[in-house]
Ligand binder design. Structure first.
Ligand code: 9MR
Length: 597
C-alpha cells in the first residue's frame, strides 16, 4: 500500500503532509527522494495515532519544509513508498474550470455541446425541453388526497440535482448561492474575478458578462419560474412535519410561494440519459423551505445584477420580496407529500432559512424590517457551523460578513469573529484526526465530502479575514484528503489523481452500465464515505458492519448513498479550488487584509 497523499502533488511553499499507516508505536524515519533517487529531505514522522475514523494506526509525515521543485519525487518511510509525485506551481489551475463545467453539463432544457463539454463523449441532446408540468394530485402512499393546482408551469432550465433528473429549490438554492458567493467574495475583498467573461467553456462566454454569473443565471431563472402565481389558493397540510394517514388540509393563500420541486413521477432506471426520460414530470406542492430558498437567492441575484442587467435585477427583487412575504404568511408548510420518484429534501425547522432570507434581503435593500427580522433570529449571534442544504444560517452570516456597508462595524466584526472561531474549532478537530482533516467525528454522513468542503470554505474565509497561514493549511488538508490522502487511497474527484473516482451514481455518466455512455467528465466530486445510512443501497448494505467510517465507500454506480454526485457538493468544490488557485495576495494587499477584521 503506497503512502497516502494528494495524488496531484504539492505546491512549492505550500503545506505537504502524507500519512503512513503502520502499527509501530514509535515515530518512523522518512526520506524524500528526487527523481534520480537522491535524498533531498528527511525527518521523523509524528507519533502513532490510533484513528477510529480510518480504523488504522497512522503516522503523519510533514515535509512542508522541503524546498525542491519538479516531478518524480518519492517519499519513503517504514518500508513503504509513495507513487512518484510533483512539487510544482499551478496545480489547481484547471480544477475550478472543470468543477464549474459540471454545472454546464448538468443543465436541463438545452443541448450540451461537445465544444463546451470537453469532447464528443459528453455531448447530448436537450433534456426536458420544455420542462412544463402540472401539480401532483390524487392519493399518495399514505392515502392522503392532494388537490393539485389550477395551472401548469414552464420550469425549464436549471441544473439536474444529481444522478437523478429532479430539480429542487431546496438544494438548488444552496448550490447556486455558493457559486454566487464566490463571485461576491472576490468583489467585496477586491480580488480578481475568478471566471471573467470568456474564460470558461460556455455558450455565453463572450457576452460581456462574467462566466460564473452566466452559469448561475441558468439556475436562478429556473428558481424564478417555480414561484406560485398571484391569487392562487391551495389546500395544503399546515404545521405537519411528517407524512401520516389522515393529514388535515387547510386552504391557504399560496401566492408568491415556491414549488418544492419538479421531478419524475417514478424513479427511472439507470442509465437514462435526460433526453430519453419518458416519465411524467410533476410539480410538487409549495413549501416554506423552497419559498425561503427562492427569497434568499433572488435577493442575492438582485444586488449582483443591479448594474449588470437592471431588468433582471428588478425581477429578482420583486420575486424575493413576494417570496419572503409568502413565507411569513405561511411559515409551516413542509414538503411531506408521500409520492415516489424523487428525493425529499424535507426540513422540520425553517428558522435558519428565515434568517438566511432576511439576511440576503437586508444586504440587498438595507430596509429596517428585514434588519429587525434578522436581529430577532436566534441565528444572528449563534456559533457558525458548516452550511448544508438543511442548515442555511451560515449562508446568511457569510453574506453579512462580506457585505461592505450593511451592518455596523462592530456587528460585522463579531460575525467575522464567529466565522474565524468556527475555523479554529475545525483546526482543533484536525489535531485529533488521524488523516489530519478538520473533522474528528466518526459519523460520515451522506455527502461527507461536502461537509469537509464547506468547512474548507469557512477556513478560507478565516484566512481572508485574518491572513493567518494555519487556515490555509486547513484548506489544503481537505483538498489533499479528497485527492487521495485517505485510507482508501482514492481521489474522490473524477479525472484527478492516480486512482480517481470513475463510476458515479448518475443516469448519463454511466459508462460502467452502458459502454456507449460516457464516464464522468473531470472535476466531479463524489458524495464520499457514508457510515450513517449504510443500508440505503445494496452496495452499502453489503459493507455494513465491515467498514471503518472513512472506508464506507465504493466506486460503484449503484452506490447512491456513497458515490452519487450533486450540485450542492460540486459548488463548494468550485469555491474552494478557485480560492486555492487564486494568486496569493501581494504583501501590500495582505497588510490591508489584516485590517479587514
Ligand atoms: O444530500 C441528501 C442527503 O443529505 C440525504 O441524507 C439523502 C437522503 O434523503 O438525500 C440526499 O439528496 C439526494 C436527493 O434527495 C435526490 N437527488 C440526489 C441527492 C444526493 O444523493
Amino acid at each position: 500500500m503506497p503512502i497516502r497523499m494528494s495524488q496531484i502533488g504539492f505546491l512549492p511553499g505550500g503545506p505537504k503532509r502524507a500519512i503512513l499507516p503502520d502499527p509501530a508505536p514509535a515515530p518512523i524515519p522518512w526520506r524524500l527522494l528526487d527523481r534520480a533517487g537522491a535524498p533531498v529531505a528527511s525527518g521523523m514522522s509524528g507519533p502513532a495515532i490510533d484513528d477510529a475514523a480510518s480504523g488504522e494506526t497512522v503516522h503523519v509525515i510533514d515535509f512542508s519544509t522541503a524546498s525542491a521543485t519538479g516531478d518524480g519525487f518519492v517519499l519513503e518511510a517504514g518500508g513503504a513508498r509513495s507513487r512518484p509525485f510533483a512539487i510544482a506551481p499551478n496545480l489547481f489551475g484547471r480544477l475550478p474550470f472543470d468543477a464549474l463545467n459540471i454545472f454546464y453539463q448538468s443543465r436541463a432544457s438545452t443541448p450540451i455541446e461537445a465544444r463546451y463539454a470537453g469532447g464528443d463523449a459528453w455531448a447530448r441532446p436537450a433534456g426536458h425541453a420544455p420542462d412544463r408540468a402540472a401539480c401532483i394530485s390524487g392519493r399518495d402512499a399514505d392515502g392522503n388526497v392532494w388537490g393539485g393546482c389550477p395551472y401548469t408551469l414552464d420550469a425549464s432550465r436549471g441544473w439536474y440535482d444529481a444522478g437523478d433528473h429532479g430539480k429542487y429549490l431546496v438544494n438548488g438554492g444552496i448550490a447556486v448561492w455558493t457559486l454566487l458567493n464566490l463571485w461576491e467574495r472576490a468583489h467585496s475583498l477586491g480580488r480578481p474575478a475568478p471566471f471573467p467573461d470568456g474564460s470558461a467553456r460556455l455558450p455565453e462566454a463572450g457576452n460581456g458578462v462574467d462566466d460564473l454569473l452566466d452559469e448561475a443565471r441558468w439556475e436562478v431563472e429556473f428558481m424564478l419560474a417555480m414561484q406560485v402565481p398571484a391569487g392562487t389558493h391551495l389546500r395544503l397540510p399546515v404545521g405537519e412535519t411528517r407524512s401520516r394517514p389522515g393529514l388535515r388540509f387547510t386552504e391557504i393563500d399560496a401566492s408568491g410561494m415556491a414549488h418544492h420541486k419538479i421531478a419524475d413521477a417514478r424513479w427511472t432506471a439507470l442509465p437514462t440519459p435526460p433526453q430519453d426520460d419518458r416519465e411524467t414530470r410533476l410539480l410538487y406542492p409549495p413549501s416554506t423551505g423552497a419559498t425561503l430558498n427562492l427569497a434568499a437567492v433572488a435577493a442575492q441575484c438582485a444586488r449582483i445584477w443591479r448594474t449588470i442587467d437592471a431588468a433582471f435585477s428588478a425581477r429578482c427583487l420583486d420575486a424575493a420580496r413576494r417570496a419572503y412575504a409568502a413565507a411569513k404568511r405561511n411559515p409551516e408548510i413542509h414538503s411531506i407529500a408521500a409520492f415516489t420518484g424523487s428525493g425529499g429534501y424535507g426540513d422540520d425547522d425553517f428558522s435558519d432559512e428565515f434568517f438566511w432570507a432576511a439576511a440576503e434581503l437586508y444586504a440587498t435593500t438595507g430596509e429596517p424590517s428585514y434588519g429587525e427580522d434578522l436581529r430577532a433570529s436566534r441565528w444572528f449571534a449563534a456559533p457558525i457551523a458548516e452550511p448544508e442544504w438543511r442548515h442555511t444560517a451560515t449562508l446568511g452570516a457569510m453574506t453579512l460578513a462580506l457585505a461592505p456597508d450593511r451592518l455596523p462595524p462592530p456587528d460585522r466584526a463579531a460575525l467575522r469573529g464567529r466565522i474565524v472561531a468556527a475555523a479554529d474549532r475545525f483546526l482543533g478537530e484536525q489535531q485529533q484526526s488521524g488523516y489530519r482533516i478538520p473533522f474528528a467525528g466518526t459519523d460520515y454522513v451522506w455527502g461527507s465530502n461536502a461537509v469537509l468542503l464547506n468547512r474548507a470554505m469557512l477556513m478560507a474565509l478565516a484566512d481572508d479575514f485574518t491572513g493567518e497561514a494555519r487556515y490555509r493549511a486547513g484548506v489544503f488538508d481537505v483538498m489533499d484528503y479528497l485527492l487521495g490522502r485517505n485510507p482508501l487511497d482514492r481521489s474522490f474527484i473524477s479525472g484527478y489523481g492516480a486512482r480517481p473516482m470513475a463510476n458515479p451514481h448518475h443516469r448519463f455518466w454511466a459508462h460502467s452500465l452502458d459502454p456507449r455512455l460516457p464516464p464522468p467528465p473531470p472535476g466531479l466530486v463524489s458524495g464520499g464515505p457514508n457510515s450513517v445510512s449504510l443500508r440505503a443501497d445494496a452496495v452499502g448494505a453489503a459493507l455494513a458492519g465491515h467498514c471503518a467510517p472513512q472506508m464506507c465507500w465504493r466506486d460503484d454506480i449503484r452506490a447512491f448513498s456513497m458515490n452519487e454526485v450533486a450540485i450542492n457538493w460540486n459548488a463548494p468544490l468550485v469555491w474552494v479550488s478557485t480560492w486555492l488557485a487564486e494568486p496569493p495576495p501581494t504583501p501590500l494587499a495582505s497588510r490591508a487584509r489584516q485590517r479587514i477584521r
